[in-house]
Design a protein around this ligand. Structure first.
Ligand SMILES: Cc1ncc(C[n+]2csc(CCOP(=O)(O)OP(=O)(O)O)c2C)c(N)n1
Length: 389
């Protein structure tokens, strides 16, 4: 998940990506100069209506969404710090993508199933996966740590785009089971160039599979800009495969919630897949091994900061009088509590028994694996103190 910044990458910095430039409303424009994305909350926190995606929310639901966004960001910030302190091997930050993940995550019903990439910590949060389990994987003490079938949240996938096929197969299975659950597959703008994603689109479309493809277009695939992935807005690809595509403001949690809810209902009702392109931005590095200053301009990142998902919801809550100081203080207190739990939890994670890695290769005992385990135990015991393995 890392790339070495090269002179080549630096030379092609500042590509022309017209869609990423801020316009008056913060929205990209279509060929006719009209806003080309669904927005329900402007960057200034003003609620706007969209004829196709009505959404009614109670003040409590809005406050809950705000709490989710803040806690998810706090968790992510702690993880980044823990990596810097040597407690994690690597971290893929979601900074800037909280609204896309919480909005779509909260649109799911309990029976729906999510297939993530490796950055979907906010979706994991919405599926009640303990954040410490995510960190166990990045610390290298487990291979996931949660039961995908208990949480309806698949393990993280490092091979980009491959999970869109798993999601489609799972969705085809749902159709055979005759339930009204739906599936959501998360992937990035870079993954959209993978053959697997095109294959998933074809199968999902032809078999009317109840799957929503949720592409977080965070503008960069490590150091490669979206312009290297596509010549048209990504959501328009869906029409070539025969299903609807919608572009949503990925920094607007309400729009992400409304559009994903619509798409999941569309899919579960037997109408086949939907592609959602959540137009957002990766504010941090690709992973903690990456240095984005080598390939992108500070001005671009700053322009996106003005569209921050959390401050726009906060502005909305304040301007409409939907939350008071006491509420914001309680969220801050919860955030501190989470930070502490995450820091202490990671530092006290026990190292796994090194032979565990041999235990789940096959469901049944296997002679070759047994030999390898024995060989490894003998090798480890040959070091001083190794007999304690
Ligand atoms: C099949 C495959 N090819 C290459 C890689 C190396 N790789 C890891 S992340 C990444 C870029 C992914 O970009 P994108 O899909 O936009 O997701 P983002 O990381 O921006 O969220 C690449 C090429 C990989 N993991 N899998």
């Amino acid at each position: 998940m890392t790339v070495k910044s090269t002179t080549r990458a630096r030379k092609k910095a500042a590509p022309a990506v017209p869609d990423t430039l801020p316009t008056g409303s913060g929205a990209p424009l279509d060929e006719g100069g009209r806003p080309d994305l669904v927005q329900l909350l402007t960057p200034e926190g003003e609620r706007v209506e969209h004829p196709d995606y009505p959404l009614s929310t109670t003040p409590e639901e809005l406050r809950d969404l705000y709490r989710d966004l803040v806690l998810v960001r706090r968790f992510d910030a702690e993880a980044t710090s823990l990596q810097r302190q040597g407690e994690l091997g690597l971290w893929a930050s979601l900074l800037g993508q909280e609204a896309a993940q919480v909005g779509s995550g909260r649109a799911m019903r309990p029976g729906d199933y999510a297939f993530p990439t490796y950055r979907e910590h906010g979706v994991a949060w919405c599926r009640d996966v303990d954040p410490l389990n995510l960190l166990g994987m990045f610390r290298g003490v487990n291979h996931g740590g949660w039961d995908p079938n208990e949480k309806n949240f698949h393990l993280y996938t490092i091979v980009i785009g491959s999970q869109t096929l798993h999601a489609t197969g799972y969705a085809m299975g749902i159709t055979k089971d005759g339930t009204d659950d739906a599936v959501i597959a998360y992937f990035g703008d870079g993954a959209s160039s993978q053959g697997d994603v095109s294959e998933a689109f074809t199968f999902a479309s032809v078999y009317n599979a109840p799957v929503v493809f949720f592409c977080q277009n965070n503008q960069w695939a490590i150091s490669e800009p979206t312009t290297n992935q596509t010549k048209i807005p990504l959501y328009r690809r869906a029409s070539g495969f025969g299903f609807p595509g919608v572009r949503v403001d990925g920094n607007d949690v309400l729009a992400c919630l409304a559009v994903t809810r619509w798409a999941l209902d569309h899919a579960r009702s037997g109408n086949g897949p939907v592609l959602i392109e959540a137009f957002t931005y990766r504010m941090g590095a690709h992973t903690t091994s990456d240095d984005p200053t080598r390939y992108r301009l500070a001005e671009e990142t700053e322009a996106w900061r003005a569209k921050d998902p959390i401050s726009r919801l906060k502005a909305h809550l304040e301007r409409e009088g939907l939350a008071d100081e006491e509420f914001f203080a309680s969220v801050e207190a919860k955030s501190e509590e989470l930070g502490l739990r995450v820091r202490e939890g990671v530092r006290s994670m026990p190292d796994p028994d090194p032979t565990l890695i041999f235990d789940h290769v096959y469901a049944e005992p296997h002679t070759l694996v047994d030999e390898e385990r024995a060989e490894y135990i003998a090798y480890a015991a040959s070091f001083e103190g190794g007999e304690n393995l």
